[in-house]
Design a binder for this molecule. Structure first.
Ligand code: NAD
Ligand code: UDP
Ligand code: UDP
Length: 343
């Protein structure tokens, strides 16, 4: 275990020489698997900002160096190209295990690889946590509830999941990852934490990952019609990424295993989302209806009372506040793409 300490107090050398005890915190060595991805890179920013040593493990399937490039050269930051399906030896205090494609388009691309990542990848990270006595946090998903028969979803709900469908590599994979986490906890005493994350959006999402928020935002900027799948009456609850990152850190630092729903309870149909995107980016944007994908959950909304009570956490950023924050990032990246193509 690291024995170094940092002070959150006066660093200009002109202080009183005394550091109040409540701002002393041991500097952690933290691994973030999937740290070059959308959520992972925002988590890395927060951990680096609070003074931790951060190692990112990523195979760059959906992650990008650009998401963490601003930490290159920082001695507290390390990036390792590694696939979590293979074992790895490291010495750290905490493991945030995010590695796994999250967008349906990406996780269906190579379903066998997705389930290997969820099962073998999680097994390896739990084996690592057991050997070095590290705390382990799994980023599970609201998809463990499947096409839910209970609404809103509480953590006590066991779900309604098709085990042989096209989404199973992801939702059954994450359910097995939860099982593994609990078995390493019960069987080997590993200190685990389980977050069930609901749809999250923000800067650094892949431009063309097929998720609804990134699709609509990119389409509105490119002056293309917004593609609504099915009748657009299915619902989702959208959480801004900084709220999620705060929740993940609160969960890791807290005393409760979970699982905890981390999401924003504000529920929108896809047609309502399209309307908010129009209001935010381009009121003249049009809508094009397309067939829906197989096994698409009809509705999804988290009950977050458990996280509010035990983690003292709740989301702060509404959809109408959060969307404009990702538009600048998307505009810049779309502009760069267009310039690259000589447009
Ligand atoms: P993302 O695709 O942007 O990030 C995933 C990262 O994991 C990428 O950097 C990718 O390259 C890496 N990765 C994938 N397979 C790997 C492997 N085998 N070895 C090493 N690295 C690998 O997705 P995200 O939105 O940032 O999601 C992060 C985590 O949160 C995932 O575990 C996902 O299941 C979970 N989650 C996200 C959402 C959401 O709405 N974003 C919702 C529920 C759960
Ligand atoms: N593992 C790893 N790094 C470690 C310790 C273990 O990647 O520091 C992997 C290990 O290769 C194995 C998995 O984690 O595939 C589970 O390890 P565990 O010790 O729990 O089980 P065992 O090796 O006995 O099957
Ligand atoms: N969706 C849509 N248009 C798109 C992409 C997705 O209407 O361009 C719908 C999709 O059918 C689903 C919802 O939006 O009902 C959320 O899809 P997403 O892939 O973002 O996340 P998930 O299905 O994992 O919740």
């Amino acid at each position: 275990m690291s024995d170094s300490y940092r002070s959150g107090g006066n660093t200009n050398g002109k202080g009183t020489g005394r550091v109040p005890a409540n701002i002393l915190r041991r500097r952690m060595r933290v691994v973030v698997t999937g740290g070059a991805g959308f959520v992972g890179s925002h988590l890395v920013d927060k951990l680096i900002a609070r003074g931790d040593d951060v190692i990112v493990i990523d195979n760059f399937f959906t992650g990008r160096r650009e998401n963490v490039m601003h930490h290159f050269g920082n001695p507290r930051f390390e990036l390792i190209r590694h696939d979590v399906v293979e074992p790895i030896l490291l010495e750290v205090d905490q493991i945030y295990h995010l590695a796994c494609p999250a967008s349906p388009v990406h996780y269906k691309y190579n379903p066998v690889k997705t389930i290997k990542t969820n099962v073998m990848g999680t097994l390896n990270m739990l084996g690592l946590a057991k050997r070095i006595n590290a705390k382990f946090l799994l980023t599970s998903t609201s998809e463990v509830y499947g096409d839910p028969l209970e609404h809103p979803q509480k953590e006590t709900y066991w779900g309604h999941v098709n085990p042989i469908g096209v989404r199973s590599c992801y939702d059954e994979g994450k359910r097995t990852a939860e099982t593994l986490s609990m078995d390493y906890h019960r069987g080997a005493g590993v200190e685990v934490r389980i977050a069930r994350i609901f749809n999250t959006y923000g800067p650094r999402m892949c431009l063309d990952d097929g998720r609804v928020v990134s699709n609509f935002v990119a389409q509105a900027i490119r002056k293309q019609p917004l593609t609504v799948y099915g009748d657009g009456k299915q619902t989702r609850s959208f959480q801004y990424v900084s709220d999620l990152v705060d929740g993940l850190v609160a969960l890791m630092e807290g005393e409760h295993i979970g699982p905890f729903n981390l999401g924003n309870p504000g529920e929108f149909t896809m047609l309502e989302l399209a309307q908010v995107v129009k209001e935010t980016i381009d009121s003249s944007a049009t809508i094009e209806f397309k067939p829906n994908t197989a096994d698409d959950p009809h509705k999804r909304k988290p009950d977050i009372s458990k996280a509010m009570e035990l983690l003292n956490w709740e989301p702060k950023v509404s959809l109408r506040e959060g969307l404009p924050r990702m538009v600048t990032d998307f505009r810049n990246r779309i502009l760069n793409e267009d310039e690259g193509k000589g447009k």
